[in-house]
Design a protein around this ligand. Sequence first.
Ligand code: C5P
Ligand code: ZN
Length: 467
Amino acid sequence: MQGSGTARLEGAASAAAEAVRAAGSVLIVSHIDADGITAAAIASSVCDRLGKEHRVVFLKKLSEEGIGMIDSAPEPLVWICDLGSGYLSAFSRPGIVITDHHVPDGSRKAGQMSLDSFSDMVHVNPHDAGMDGSTEISGAGVTYLVAKAVDPSNTDLAYLAVVGACGDVQDSEGRLVSMNREILNDAVADGSVSVSEDLRLFGRETRTLIQFLQFGSDPSVPGLSENGAECARLYSSLDIPLKDGRRSRCWNDLTPAEKERATDAVLSRLSPEDAERAIGETYTITGGRPHTELRDAKEYATLLNACGRYGDAEVGMRICMGDADALAAAKDRRTSHKQNISSALAMVKEKGLVKRRRFIQWFDAGSEIQETVVGIVAGMLLNGDGADRDMPIIAFADADDGAKVSARADRSLAGRGLDLSFVMRTAAEAVGGYGGGHSVAAGATIPPDRKEDFLDAVEDIVAAQII
Ligand code: C5P
Ligand code: ZN
């Protein structure tokens, strides 16, 4: 099954490659998150290498304005990455390539994709090939397939697709699978990524040993999370020095024997399920300097997300393309991102904003949380103790063009039939808005005075979907 799906996806990627090769100049349009930024970096590198004139525009989402900009762009080809599939029927221009993994707009079917003419739309999307775009391949991954179809030596870009997939949490089962695995294999063969089994807490390169355990939250470690003194005692009891001369050591500075001792001590504090979840693959970017975000795929993706969410996806893309100055700018942003998220989380909890209905829970952050981060906050509430994992969570935040909605759900609900992409699109359209996304992470924009009607519609659809 996966074999024929792969062939279909690669067939579409070849058609896209043809269209890119044939175009005089290219407008690359991409999403502002880590997956979109790495996708844009891949697409832009492809154009650079072909000597093709191109510019890159980042969008938070495809609004009517964005579609208008694409329709009227002077370039003969617009290459849309990590966006677009949900709005296929909205475009009215020729010369569009879409490399995306969001659930496609149902009004245009896979078979309608034209492979023989670059003046028509070429749509490369795993769903059209019978794959799941939330776990099997990311937007950067699909874009990478086109890069590889343009030139097989473009496998040096595979590591960016690994970062993109990690940014979209496609490794949530502890490892990258399916097409993501194929892409990972390209990156490993190229020497740009190495894979190891390790404790999957965040911050293997940039956090101190204490911070690594103290702030590791998924899963949180009883007795160690939020308790720096206890973390310090643990390392000392295991005879693991916190410093190397004057410099603080990070998790990846530990020797294999030290790592094993510390890992065993952490696992012994976890439930069997959490212990299983805590161990998995980690991806080291071999070209990234040790002790920087660029060395670890997860940290790299988090850095890019911080750029994108605060209006500077371009800086993120410059980092992906090797610009060292951009890294310093991004670090400042990452610090403010962390502070923003933690104060937003605390605010929602302190004010008791989350309300429960029968099948869903929701909160309205108004203008207190930026619309670009409200989805991250909703996801963190679900993963922590701020919300109920058995129900989807719907979050509202004020945006310039209406009320921004972010919806998140635990993966187990997708197994029971939940598809938030359909829920967001259908409920939004019922109140005069629009939306889409993935089964467990989706979003919408709706008229601000229709929130109650929207929630009613969401609840009806969710109740009908979940078995
Ligand atoms: O903005 P947020 O992080 O909540 O978005 C979750 C997912 O839903 C993203 O993949 C985004 O592209 C998608 N989305 C969409 N249409 C919207 C809003 C979000 O397809 N109007
Ligand atoms: Zn994506």
